[in-house]
Write a protein that binds this ligand. Structure first.
Ligand code: MTE
Length: 308
């Protein structure tokens, strides 16, 4: 937003970092629009907007940065915010190995230098039946896969989070088998909606949200969107994933959002939008989290009523 042809200001242009005002409220009045003009320089990362964004109103940065799941820092929703400052994210590198032409360690700068960052405003639906709308900043995972040279035998992509118990107190407990692991089928990984996020709210990611680089797969339950990634491995076989290993009867490998398949312990038919207020009604959960038009074809022939 800092360069190029003038475009209408958006809510992010006027952000005091911790307080995002509603876009609708801002764009509602000419006075508000005028007030925006002088503040554009305050916007953080320069990003390209995307037609793949939802026009639903994003949650506040406050919601996004204080209500988290990041079990490496504890199982409570406010544990990540309290403990994640201990995580050292510089220097950072990601090992990209397995079925690729040249397996090697990539520095964070190598991964991101010269990459055009896009804003992707996506719905995020946690398997626990809460949801948010998040303005991610990132780039398509497929573009990185093109750069690393995926070998023809590869069918899956496995991801791992950092294992560093001295900085991640949750890793000193056995709540999961560390490191946190996730995986995608290669066609899911190459889908244009699948991004690696390095920021949100037009700022670099906060540690509690998975700094410096995390996955975002908006049509799947949030646990697939693995944080603070240090390893990406191309494989021939379906990789083992943390929640599936921990409770296979509750969490599948695919984990596509599906209102018709209940979790064994709760309904997935509806969700609570974080920050909507105590008396706000729950909202219906949408098949593939509302991204069915774009992704349903990936699962043709699969029985979606099974726990996948
Ligand atoms: N990644 C790691 N490494 N550890 C985790 O505990 N939790 C997952 C996912 N990624 C998790 C993780 C879950 S359950 C959700 S809902 C999202 O992160 C939450 O992302 P957020 O806290 O940035 O909203």
């Amino acid at each position: 937003m800092q360069h190029g042809t003038p475009s209408p200001p958006t809510w992010a242009d006027v952000t005091p970092r911790a307080l995002f005002l509603s876009r609708r409220a801002l764009l509602g009045g000419a006075a508000a629009t005028l007030a925006l003009a002088g503040t554009q320089a305050r916007a953080g990362l320069t990003v390209r907007e995307s037609p793949l964004s939802t026009d639903e109103e994003p949650n506040s940065l406050q919601d996004f940065s204080t209500y988290n799941n990041f079990y490496e820092f504890g199982t409570g929703k406010s544990d990540p915010q309290r403990h994640a400052h201990r995580l050292t994210t510089e220097p950072w590198s990601v090992m990209i190995d397995g079925l690729v032409e040249r397996p090697r360690e990539w520095s964070f700068d190598e991964i991101t230098d010269g990459v055009t960052l896009e804003e992707r405003i996506y719905r995020l639906r946690c398997v626990e039946a809460w949801s948010m709308v998040v303005p991610w900043v990132g780039f398509e995972l497929g573009a990185l896969l093109d750069r690393v040279g995926v070998l023809p035998e590869a069918r899956y992509v496995a991801f791992e989070t950092l294992y560093r118990p001295d900085e991640m107190p949750g890793q000193r407990t056995r709540v999961l088998d560390w490191p946190y692991r996730e995986g995608l089928r290669l066609d899911e990984a190459r889908h244009p909606l699948t991004i690696l996020a390095t920021g949100a709210y037009r700022e670099p990611l906060l540690n509690q949200n998975g700094a410096p680089i995390r996955l975002v797969v908006p049509w799947k339950y949030g646990f697939k969107s693995i944080k603070s990634i240090v390893r990406i491995t191309l494989t021939e076989d379906e990789p083992h994933t943390s929640w599936n290993m921990s409770a296979p009867q509750e969490y599948g490998f695919y984990a596509n959002v599906n209102p018709d398949v209940d979790h064994p312990r709760w309904s997935q038919a509806s969700e609570r939008r974080v920050g909507a207020g105590l008396f706000a009604p729950r909202q219906p959960t949408l098949m593939f989290n509302g991204y069915g038009d774009q992704v349903a074809h990936l699962y043709e022939g699969m029985d979606l009523t099974e726990l996948y």
